[in-house]
Write a protein that binds this ligand. Structure first.
Ligand SMILES: Nc1nc2c(ncn2[C@@H]2O[C@H](COP(=O)(O)OP(=O)(O)OP(=O)(O)O)[C@@H](O)[C@H]2O)c(=O)[nH]1
Ligand SMILES: [Mg+2]
Ligand SMILES: [Zn+2]
Length: 285
């Protein structure tokens, strides 16, 4: 039987086969390469066999269309990078770190969503609107939730972002039957307690929503980002990089006659994006 992994919980992969949710263990062969990455992820399509006790065994995993690295979710259609206008405040470097990671994961559609617009005015993201779709919402007042809901009606959508920004709250606002657990920011920060513990595919409309545990410290190197590929994840650089003197190898940092740097000086590439690029480049070097 073929099914889809909906969640991993209590050492079982829960595989959806037609209308049924089957708790499955891994075939020993698959288990072995688990430490080298995830042999099976939420979102994977898998072949399973049934045991007498109604549980199952995952025999093999179908090849993935894509894989979001943090949190690991396979075969997704869009990622909504979620932040808060305040509490916790949004910083450009964190935003660009998340964007680079999403670009690295080959996700078709990357959307930036700023929640808690009832708390503070959010201005700096308008500079990102030529690059990515930006949504401004409030789970509390319901502002922007209708247009968000429309985007979610098909495909698999993952909500990713720091703890406390309100990912679970937004999903509850989108569909009040979900009743996902929500925690206070002070609980999360003072006690280091993340409210959402596991990523889970939740059926919604014709697709799935994925609530994920928040995270902030993302190791880019661990995600396969290095000094040679990082520039490829700043997509607007590609419009200019062909004119660099050291075409294809220019890191757009110290080289002479760099067309990306020239574009930054002319204002054709946003300064903030470029500064974040340089910071992340230092980090992966
Ligand atoms: N003022 C305001 N507070 C909000 C809004 N959305 C969520 N909150 C609050 O923010 C806190 C965190 O919300 P959660 O939904 O648990 O955040 P999360 O991103 O799911 O956090 P993790 O599961 O730990 O990753 C809660 O106290 C919510 O009530 C909003 O739009 N406005
Ligand atoms: Mg949550
Ligand atoms: Zn260059």
């Amino acid at each position: 039987m073929t099914g889809r992994v909906i969640k991993f919980y209590n050492s079982f992969f829960f595989v959806q086969v037609d209308g049924e949710l089957i708790p499955c263990k891994l075939r020993g062969l698959l288990k072995r390469d688990r430490k080298s990455g995830s042999a099976v992820c939420v979102g994977d399509f898998v072949e399973i066999s049934r045991l007498k006790d109604k549980s199952g065994v995952i025999e093999s995993v179908q090849s993935r269309r894509n894989l979001l690295i943090r949190p690991p979710v396979a075969n997704i259609d869009r990622v909504i990078l979620t932040f808060a206008a305040d509490a916790p405040r949004l910083h450009p470097l964190l935003l660009n770190r998340f964007i680079a990671l999403a670009e690295r994961s080959s996700i078709g559609e990357i959307i930036i969503c700023v929640n808690k617009i009832d708390l503070a005015d959010e201005k700096f993201l308008s500079a990102y609107e030529p690059l990515y779709r930006v949504l401004r919402v409030s789970a509390k007042t319901g502002a922007g939730i209708d247009s968000l809901r429309e985007i979610l009606s098909a495909g698999v959508t993952v909500f990713a972002g720091p703890s406390g920004v309100g990912k679970s709250s937004i999903l509850n606002a989108v569909d009040n039957r979900l009743r996902l657990k929500v925690g206070t920011v002070s609980e999360k920060i003072l006690r280091g307690k993340h409210t959402t513990r596991v990523a889970e595919l939740i059926a919604f409309g014709g697709g799935y929503l994925v609530d994920t545990p928040g995270f902030s410290a993302v190791d880019l190197v661990e995600a396969g980002i290095d000094k040679n590929n990082l520039r490829g994840y700043f997509k607007e650089f590609a419009n200019f990089a062909g004119d660099c003197k050291f075409v294809n190898v220019c890191s757009h940092s110290h080289e002479p006659d760099c067309a990306v740097k020239a574009a930054v000086e002319r204002g054709d590439i946003q300064h903030e994006r470029y500064d974040c690029y340089l910071s992340l480049l230092m980090e992966v070097r």
